[in-house]
Design a protein around this ligand. Sequence first.
Ligand SMILES: *[C@@H]1O[C@H](CO)[C@@H](O)[C@H](O)[C@H]1NC(C)=O
Ligand SMILES: *[C@@H]1O[C@H](CO)[C@@H](O)[C@H](O)[C@H]1NC(C)=O
Ligand SMILES: *[C@@H]1O[C@H](CO)[C@@H](O)[C@H](O)[C@H]1NC(C)=O
Ligand SMILES: *[C@@H]1O[C@H](CO)[C@@H](O)[C@H](O)[C@H]1NC(C)=O
Ligand SMILES: *[C@@H]1O[C@H](CO)[C@@H](O)[C@H](O)[C@H]1NC(C)=O
Ligand SMILES: *[C@@H]1O[C@H](CO)[C@@H](O)[C@H](O)[C@H]1NC(C)=O
Ligand SMILES: *[C@@H]1O[C@H](CO)[C@@H](O)[C@H](O)[C@H]1NC(C)=O
Ligand SMILES: *[C@@H]1O[C@H](CO)[C@@H](O)[C@H](O)[C@H]1NC(C)=O
Ligand SMILES: *[C@@H]1O[C@H](CO)[C@@H](O)[C@H](O)[C@H]1NC(C)=O
Ligand SMILES: *[C@@H]1O[C@H](CO)[C@@H](O)[C@H](O)[C@H]1NC(C)=O
Length: 497
Amino acid sequence: MALHFLLLLFAVSLVAADEDPFIGVNIGTELSDMPHPTQVVALLKAQHISHVRLYDADQAMLIALAKTGIQVVITVPNEELLAIGQSNASAANWVSRNVVAHYPATNITGICVGSEVLTALPNVAKVLVNAIKYIHSALVASNLDRQVKVSTPLSSSIILDSFPPSQAFFNRSLNSVLVPILDFLQSTDSYLMLNIYPYYDYMQSNGVIPLDYALFKPLPPNKEAVDSNTLLHYSNVFDAMVDAAYFAMAFLNYTNIPVVVTESGWPSKGASNEPDATIDNANNYNSNLIKHVFNKTGTPKHPGIAVSTYIYELYNEDMKSGPLSEKNWGLFDANGVPIYILHLTGSGAVLANDTSNQTFCVAKDGADPKMIQAALDWACGPGKVECSPLLQGQPCYEPDNVIAHANYAFDSYYNKMGKTPDACDFKGVATITTSDPSHGSCIYPGSLGKNSTFGNFTAPSMNSSSDSSAYNIHSYELRIRSLLMMTGFLLLGLILL
Ligand SMILES: *[C@@H]1O[C@H](CO)[C@@H](O)[C@H](O)[C@H]1NC(C)=O
Ligand SMILES: *[C@@H]1O[C@H](CO)[C@@H](O)[C@H](O)[C@H]1NC(C)=O
Ligand SMILES: *[C@@H]1O[C@H](CO)[C@@H](O)[C@H](O)[C@H]1NC(C)=O
Ligand SMILES: *[C@@H]1O[C@H](CO)[C@@H](O)[C@H](O)[C@H]1NC(C)=O
Ligand SMILES: *[C@@H]1O[C@H](CO)[C@@H](O)[C@H](O)[C@H]1NC(C)=O
Ligand SMILES: *[C@@H]1O[C@H](CO)[C@@H](O)[C@H](O)[C@H]1NC(C)=O
Ligand SMILES: *[C@@H]1O[C@H](CO)[C@@H](O)[C@H](O)[C@H]1NC(C)=O
Ligand SMILES: *[C@@H]1O[C@H](CO)[C@@H](O)[C@H](O)[C@H]1NC(C)=O
Ligand SMILES: *[C@@H]1O[C@H](CO)[C@@H](O)[C@H](O)[C@H]1NC(C)=O
Ligand SMILES: *[C@@H]1O[C@H](CO)[C@@H](O)[C@H](O)[C@H]1NC(C)=O
């Protein structure tokens, strides 16, 4: 009993470490026409991408990322691990060239030491711990160890028996490497980096894992996976894998190391033997994943602790070898054109499956201006449309005429009402169009921007009403936390007595 509560106390310190979750993007570079770093950065900015992970420490990329506010995780490539794991001086040299030379202009916040080393290069595993420690010592020597966290991305395949999550454990033959790594992560306040691919879990399950469960689609309650030990309900593979990692760590007595997912995604195209690598599935997976992370629902084991995630990946990498799907994990092609438009705007039923056809509601050509004015007044009054962007000095004030203002107000109302066709009538003076009337900084409700796959999802969500509920969750967490702490301390007191 007491142990149980003490464990809860540990779990609770995870909450304290939690910050606002983020979505980042991995930038692979195996493209025949890899865009120039300045183009890459222009795309990141246009898409409001605030966190990226590089698979190396490319100097031109690090320079292009300077003064952008984008947080950058860089990687010691697997090929360099042997040298760094065997020489403190090489590690110091690496940190000096790739971190010290760029920080703080480029906001480097993490270093991945290798990439899936334990599974990709088992023979290098023995130097991995030293490589991690040497890189960290060099950061300490440069007084950057608090700003720059060190970890190593792990393949989720090292977690065995991952369902039910409560029974999961790390492949025991890796314990001699994993235990010192977990010790390191714990003592340096770093995090477990985990690559999670429900696509492969689904593919390899031979039909055991339903596609909807992999894609975060709602499941009927009787289809949800239940962990019979904990009675926790799992509605998607992603959460089950993250919890499997928490349980596998707990099994080794590490209960306060947070998880960051360094790779997750879904391919949008594959060969005939990869029928589920489709645009729709990729869009659903990534859209739902992003909403899931920002929603702060957390996982069943750690509700409210969202797991920040880097999407795999920014560009389709046409030079990747392997099956066709390998070349098609990207959100964009080399020209920065989205492969698909993520559907991130709330639960709007139409947008949710309208990935290329956006619809807007505007004033009908040739309609009576007096009737349009009346409809505009109604929309901004009894219709309860948020019309402040139409005020002088606001983004949609210009052009200052009744048609332009009515277009904005009609479209706002139409969006507010879930884009049902009868919400775009206004006594016959309004009509639905597919061309986006947004102009300049006046972005219409429902607009994703022509080439903006992330659209304005992150920015407006900051001020959306859902944010107040996020606040509530937070204070709820805080209350629970202090309650648990009190209970924990009380029990501790009882034991001591
Ligand atoms: C769309 O792409 C064009 C050209 O690539 C660029 O000028 C424009 O700023 C982009 N718009 C958005 C909203 O990202
Ligand atoms: C880097 O990003 C972190 C997180 O937003 C922020 O706290 C820090 O001040 C930034 N550092 C620099 C040098 O910009
Ligand atoms: C490695 O170098 C750091 C300074 O960069 C030093 O603090 C540390 O003691 C060295 N470790 C070993 C094992 O030589
Ligand atoms: C566990 O790891 C060892 C060493 O890398 C590997 O040979 C073995 O196949 C793994 N076991 C499983 C079940 O994946
Ligand atoms: C975890 O801690 C328990 C209780 O202190 C101990 O019995 C067990 O051996 C530990 N397990 C490991 C893997 O260290
Ligand atoms: C967001 O969280 C709420 C409750 O926390 C839940 O009802 C809702 O379905 C979630 N939305 C998504 C898209 O996950
Ligand atoms: C959206 O998807 C649902 C179910 O998949 C379908 O019934 C509906 O017709 C779709 N709506 C549009 C506008 O495509
Ligand atoms: C877009 O809309 C048009 C007209 O409604 C329709 O013919 C077309 O199939 C739609 N495209 C997609 C990808 O839904
Ligand atoms: C996103 O929203 C911000 C503030 O609302 C606005 O300034 C910006 O132009 C928008 N960007 C896009 C691409 O819609
Ligand atoms: C969010 O709200 C604050 C205060 O209400 C306001 O100052 C800020 O401009 C808003 N941000 C956006 C992106 O709308």
